[in-house]
Design a protein around this ligand. Sequence first.
Ligand code: SF4
Length: 272
Amino acid sequence: MRRSTHAPLLEVFTSIQGEGLFVGQPQDFLRLAGCPLRCDWCDTRGSWGLPPRAPSADESVSGADLRTAAWITPLDAAARVQRLAGELHDRRRPLSITGGEPLIWPDFIAALLPLLGERPVHLETAGAHPAALATLVDRLAHVSLDLKLPADLAPPITTELGTGPEAPPADAESWSAARLACLELLAGRPACAKLPVAAGRQAADFEELLLDLEASAPQLPLFIQPVNGIGGNGERLRGPRPELLMELAERGEELGLTVRVVPQIHPVIGLD
Ligand code: SF4
């Protein structure tokens, strides 16, 4: 598998964190392209694909425009983040690295982190790449980990450049292993877990995920997140039953977890 410190940058921008522990906080974002997963309700399908070619090791491509991915070096990415910070606000604002799935680019992120100075760096991940997470977790100020329901996922895409150095889980068993490994890595660290809940599910569907959280990282705050915004095809998604959200919240509390039910706020405040 090819490994590179280049990664396809989609955009660097400032916005409001729309979900998880830091919901509502102004943050800067660095969005990388590429995701081998296929969540049914993905609202960032524009991040799945990759630019047509990868540069050679000594080639720097720095022409990324908003929503047009281009291969970029960590140095170029750090300069873009720095420019954003210089233009808009002080440099202590957290930077969230998001995607796509940023953990398919662990070497890029590892090389980028030391270039960002004192800025706290958050990572948003689907939790499919524990080996990549292990290489980065010590240097992150916060990790937001999705607890994915395998039934919400179509089989992953496994093209050479689309998976990164670590193959993503392809069935419920390998998802279980990846989930447990990620939770064990995050136990005792600054992190939170997010549980996306789509319409049509039952509380029993989520039992294994809740038990894994209780067993491996019970101190992580759990954000139950109804999937009810605008879908990847522009369609309005029907949210889950409120009774289901209540049932999941009560089950989480029964397990001793710290639970909040918080939808994504971007549709509410009118941001993408
Ligand atoms: S992991 Fe994220 S980017 Fe990838 S398909 Fe799922 S929601 Fe979309």
